[in-house]
Design a protein around this ligand. Structure first.
Ligand code: SF4
Length: 362
């Protein structure tokens, strides 16, 4: 719940005022999985006026990883030629026929690491093994993957590669908004990604889509402040980018992190679960770093693969379906026995809804 009753009441009154001024239904999208969790955990939905609703967007990196890429990662582990090092969430994501967790139980060498540099250290500690780091993440994580690749070259490690699966948030949001599939009246921009890319990165599509944007931190009062700002913009007919996380987010972002990222990766097409292939939304290894490309080295390809039967993660990620409206939610699909990635990841919308009880249609 919000930290103080007084702060919650002040925010509720402000929201009610601007929502009344807007005088129409407003749909706001939170893009970041960490925001989704904060919104549920702190009971923010209970403070929204009748005409304001929040939906989740494609801001959970594990969730947007397409089924074909999950299968590609599982195939790599199944080959048995490399140790697969990955963040913990990925281990339990079900592929079409198996998961990393299942392959590990069958003897594959799958290790959970807490940073890409841990995987470099693992490669150095296991000179007789090849270590592949699964490079899933957004602009927040990919600079650290780039730094790991640079470090592996500096240490002259010939037994370290990555599966390049990084993604860029702005092109995905642009594609989602351009699709016309849903009306969004305001965007809570992801705090962590914004630290790296800067708040100016949102200006082009705020203008193109006439969309109010607010960069927000993760404290409940910060999320509420962003919601109030977006509703106020809607009421006043503005479409600005407001940076409400100025302690960490600068206009141009973190130039050093971006430079590191761009020295190793280049923007290219990438497939997103639920969104399909989006131009320039992926971060691909530059040709001069192709020695570190695990897909090329081990001959594992990503194919187009259908979602698990009955799973609506694609619709959830596009914001057109509330998790509780998936027929499998809390029945065949639970955190203990997940059918899709949105129920696995700690940042997944379905996991958040299950844990904190978002109701149908919300
Ligand atoms: S509840 Fe489970 S099956 Fe349904 S969309 Fe979410 S993850 Fe997929």
């Amino acid at each position: 719940m919000i930290s103080t009753a007084a702060a919650a009441e002040t925010a509720r009154k402000s929201l009610a005022h601007w929502a009344e001024q807007a005088a129409r239904p407003l749909t706001l999208m939170e893009v970041c999985g960490t925001h989704t969790m904060a919104i549920h955990r702190h009971g923010i939905l209970s403070l929204l006026p009748e005409n304001v609703r929040l939906i989740s967007g494609p801001g959970c990196p594990v969730c947007v990883t397409p089924q074909g890429q999950v299968d590609q990662i599982v195939a790599l582990a199944r080959q048995g030629e490399a140790t697969v090092a990955t963040f913990g969430d990925m281990v339990r994501v079900p592929g079409s026929t198996s998961s990393l967790e299942r392959e590990r139980a069958l003897g594959a060498d799958v290790r959970v690491v807490y940073s890409p540099l841990d995987a470099v250290a693992l490669a150095e500690a296991l000179p007789s093994r090849h270590v592949v780091f699964i490079g899933i993440g957004f602009e927040t994580t990919v600079p650290t993957v780039a730094a790991a690749v640079i470090e592996a070259r500096r240490r002259r490690l010939g037994n370290f590669t990555i599966l390049a699966a990084g993604k860029r948030i702005p092109p995905a949001l642009d594609a989602l908004l351009a699709s016309g599939e849903l009306r969004v009246d305001g965007l809570i921009c992801p705090g962590h990604v914004s630290v790296v890319i800067g708040w100016r990165a949102y200006e082009p599509f705020a203008q193109r889509h006439r969309l109010p944007c607010a960069v927000a931190g993760f404290e409940p009062t910060e999320v509420l402040e962003a919601i109030v700002a977006l509703v106020r913009q809607a009421a006043e007919g503005r479409a600005d980018v407001e940076n409400l996380y100025s302690v960490w987010v600068r206009p141009e972002g973190n130039r050093r992190a971006l430079k590191t990222l761009e020295s190793v990766f280049v923007a290219g097409p990438s497939r997103w679960r639920g969104l399909g292939i989006i131009e320039r939304s992926g971060l691909l290894l530059r040709e001069e770093w192709s020695d570190y490309d695990a897909a090329r080295r081990f001959g594992v390809e990503e194919h187009e693969v259908a979602e698990p039967s009955g799973c609506r993660c694609g619709d959830v990620l596009r914001g057109i379906l509330a998790p509780a409206d998936c027929a499998l939610f809390a029945r065949a699909c639970t955190p203990e026995s997940p059918v899709g990635p949105c129920m696995v990841s700690t940042e997944g919308s379905c996991a958040a809804a299950y844990r904190y009880g978002r109701r149908r249609g919300q």
